[in-house]
Design a protein around this ligand. Structure first.
Ligand SMILES: Cc1cc2nc3c(=O)[nH]c(=O)nc-3n(C[C@H](O)[C@H](O)[C@H](O)COP(=O)(O)OP(=O)(O)OC[C@H]3O[C@@H](n4cnc5c(N)ncnc54)[C@H](O)[C@@H]3O)c2cc1C
Length: 422
């Protein structure tokens, strides 16, 4: 293989393929190195992608493997096999469901069609650093050189860690996500969730399924399947989780609320992956070094607001910005020159969102949101609706449900926290 490239991209996920595609389009000689059998083979996500940033990074998004356009949003609090749900039935086409494996393959194909070279089943061990410059990568006994390297290796970021550019991941900084893809017919997906053929549902829930630990669950409708999963903050899970994560997801599938959809469904796939959680702690000191730019999850670019996850669109967009900064560097890949990338990030919606929601992680440390409040909500609904003879006043239902669960001052403080941080 040729040993010198203009750019080497580590990882063919959304961030890597976006950088590679935009650089190859701009005429750079790009090599993408992917450790999986094919792009996306090692990737995993919940199921929904926001369109606009991906459309900015890639042309022809209408040819991407889009399953359904999300028109329905559901948010549920679950306690004791009952749920209180808010539903938004919209009309927009702002986000779509897909399999990340297919979307990643499509993105990598775009990069290859634009002229990038892709090698798979090759693991980058570390960066090749000489005299304070990243000069390429090391894989086994082989050294490959490049003028600049884009690190888009995702959240594990062992390459950055081994090269001494980030610290080892700590459990309290990440969450663990696991999901099942359940096969249903297209007609059943439509019928069960009240959808037309290309319409989709995004459903997030919190409460008893994570055993009171910070985290939550998700359900996304694909064309003829459903992605069902849970996310739990790893710092809490390693200390307190008493059962296997597989038992947790099985409990969701078999629960009263979800089992009606999945009685005849076949589990097509089971997967687990880490997700950036404490974004402030995960952001590397610098996103650029001499000869290096960091994009996607490796840079800690993910927003989890509880009701929505944004990782794929952030990854694609940061890959696009990495390509823009490299293209504009006109051959000067020093830290000073590439630091334009950091400015682009901070000025973009990615940087602004991460700043605006920088306190959101603290909310996940409030255990009441995951246990006491779902319990309060369901108890209140029971008092309001499970009537025999007398009806209940709202304030009595609220006060009686709250008693012994959470004090009024604490509740007001928590509400204020949610109001300020979300
Ligand atoms: C449970 C869960 C639910 C999620 N839900 C959503 C959602 O609904 N919507 C959303 O937008 N985002 C979601 N995300 C986040 C989203 O998946 C990520 O933010 C996104 O995939 C990040 O893209 P990336 O390109 O940075 O990294 P990845 O997609 O992780 O790609 C990194 C690539 O680099 C390769 N690689 C890693 N190390 C090496 C190496 N040493 N050598 C060669 N190749 C290497 C990997 O094999 C992989 O292909 C979710 C994530 C999880 C885990």
């Amino acid at each position: 293989m040729q040993h010198k490239f203009d750019v080497i991209v580590i990882g063919a996920g959304p961030a890597g393929s976006s950088a590679a595609y935009n650089l190859a389009k701009a005429g750079f000689n790009v090599l993408v190195i992917e450790r999986g059998r094919k792009p996306g083979a090692k990737s995993m996500f919940g199921g929904r992608v926001y369109k606009a940033p991906v459309e900015k990074a890639f042309d022809d998004l209408d040819k991407a493997p889009i399953h359904r356009w999300v028109v329905k949003e559901r948010i549920s609090m679950v306690y004791d096999e009952e749920a209180l749900t808010i539903e938004y039935d919209g009309r927009g086409r702002h986000s779509f469901t897909t399999y990340l494996t297919d979307l990643s393959s499509w993105m990598a194909d775009k990069a290859v069609s634009a002229g990038a070279k892709l090698v798979t089943e090759v693991v980058v061990d570390k960066l090749l650093i000489e005299d304070g410059w990243v000069k390429g990568i090391v894989s086994g006994d082989e050294k490959l050189y490049a003028d600049v390297v884009v690190d888009a290796e995702g959240i594990n970021r062992l390459v950055l860690e081994r090269s001494g550019l980030v610290e080892k991941l700590r459990p309290e900084h990440v969450a663990l996500g696991f999901k099942e893809v359940l096969k249903l017919s297209k007609e059943d997906v439509n019928k069960f969730f009240g959808l037309d053929d290309d319409e989709g549902l995004a459903w997030v829930f919190m409460g008893e399924y994570t055993d009171g630990l910070p985290g939550g669950g998700f359900l996304y409708t694909n064309k003829d399947s459903v992605s069902l999963g849970l996310v739990i903050y790893l710092g809490h899970a390693v200390k307190e989780l008493e059962r296997h994560v597989y038992d947790l997801i099985e409990r969701v599938r078999l629960s009263r609320i979800f089992n009606k959809y999945f009685r005849d469904a076949r589990v097509m796939e089971y997967s687990a992956h880490m997700i950036p959680a404490d974004i402030k702690a995960l952001r590397p000191k610098r996103l650029v070094y001499n000869g290096l730019v960091i994009a996607g999850d490796a840079g800690g670019f993910l927003l989890n607001l509880g009701y929505t996850y944004r990782g794929v669109d952030f990854a694609a967009y940061t890959g696009y910005l990495a390509a823009k900064a490299i293209s504009e560097a006109s051959g000067d890949y020093s830290l000073e020159s590439l630091s334009k990338y950091e400015r682009y990030i901070d000025e973009s919606f990615v940087g602004q969102d991460l700043k605006r929601f920088s306190g959101v992680h603290d909310l996940y440390e409030n255990r009441r949101l995951f246990k006491e409040y779902p319990m309060l909500a369901i108890n209140m609904m029971r008092r309001l609706f499970n009537l025999e003879y007398e009806s209940t006043r709202f304030k009595d239902a609220f006060n009686e449900s709250r008693k012994g669960v959470v004090g009024l001052t604490t509740l007001l403080k928590d509400l204020w926290g949610v109001y300020r941080k979300l």
